[in-house]
Design a binder for this molecule. Structure first.
Ligand code: C5P
Length: 250
């Protein structure tokens, strides 16, 4: 069934983004149906949406276009990591979907990140481009196994600094890393943080959780929140409750 077209919300008359929501809902669904159903139930002015590898691989660019057409800012979480030319072209293709944010692995190196920046700049309203430092699933032992002998915090800080030096807008990081990174990479850089849990939510498989209020107090720019909202019996109410808790909704 074709979805009704909604007006492009959140843009002012000059096309600037007016959406100031700090909440990015992780749409970790296996297919387009539940993702679109979720999008039908929530207000695009209260959140942005993250489409990751599973959903994108299943539902493709068409789903991203539909979410954008429905007025949502979309963070395409594909964590590109390849040779500079390939990442440049992939970033340009992603930017043409009208997305709001995109990411690449900082471990791809300076020339890859610069190529990514050039790729997103090929559209008139380029998405934010952020770097992934060290995956939070990796511990120091695993870093040593792959030949990285530095400490984990040192690696995170090095890769965050390298991201900013290469012209990226910020990094994805654990909320626990925000305070240190804010001091290291400056006030302007975006810090995008998963592992967020309101007091009332289950922690699921997240080990080191932080409340939305605390993450923002520690310097996070955007909060990636999935299951507390998407698996809630009333996702719109869960979103509104978090937005109110951080003072983003009346
Ligand atoms: O459901 P939950 O709030 O745990 O979802 C968090 C989202 O953030 C998921 O899409 C997950 O893949 C992503 N993420 C994460 N930890 C990272 C990087 C990304 O939880 N270090």
């Amino acid at each position: 069934m074709a979805l009704p077209q909604l007006p492009q919300l959140g843009l002012d008359e000059t096309g600037q983004d007016m959406n100031d929501s700090r909440i990015i809902v992780a749409l970790d669904y296996a297919e387009a149906g539940p993702a679109l159903e979720f999008a039908r139930r929530v207000n695009p002015e209260l959140c942005r949406l993250k489409v990751g590898k599973e959903l994108f691989t299943a539902a493709g660019p068409e789903l991203v276009r539909q979410l954008v057409d429905r007025g949502f800012d979309v963070f395409l979480d594909l964590k590109f990591h390849d040779i500079p030319n390939t990442v440049n072209k992939a970033c340009a293709a992603a930017a043409r979907l009208g997305i709001w944010m995109l990411n690449v692995h900082a471990l791809g190196g300076d020339s890859m990140m610069r190529a990514a920046r050039e790729g997103v700049e090929t559209v008139s309203r380029p998405p934010f481009l952020v770097g992934v430092t060290v995956l939070t699933s990796l511990d120091e032992d695993q870093l040593h196994t792959i030949g990285i002998d530095r400490s984990l915090p040192e690696m995170v800080e090095r890769l965050a600094s390298a991201s900013i030096a290469a012209g990226l807008d910020g990094v994805v990081c654990s909320a626990r890393e925000c305070t240190a990174l804010r001091g290291r990479i400056g006030e302007e850089a975006l810090l995008v943080t998963p592992g967020i849990r309101p007091d009332w939510a289950e922690r699921n498989d997240q080990q080191r959780i932080v409340t939305p209020e605390q993450a923002l107090a520690d310097g996070a720019s955007y909060l990636v929140i999935g299951r507390p909202i998407t698996t809630h019996p009333d996702p719109a109410a869960a979103l509104l409750s978090i937005a109110r808790a951080i003072g983003a909704a009346a």
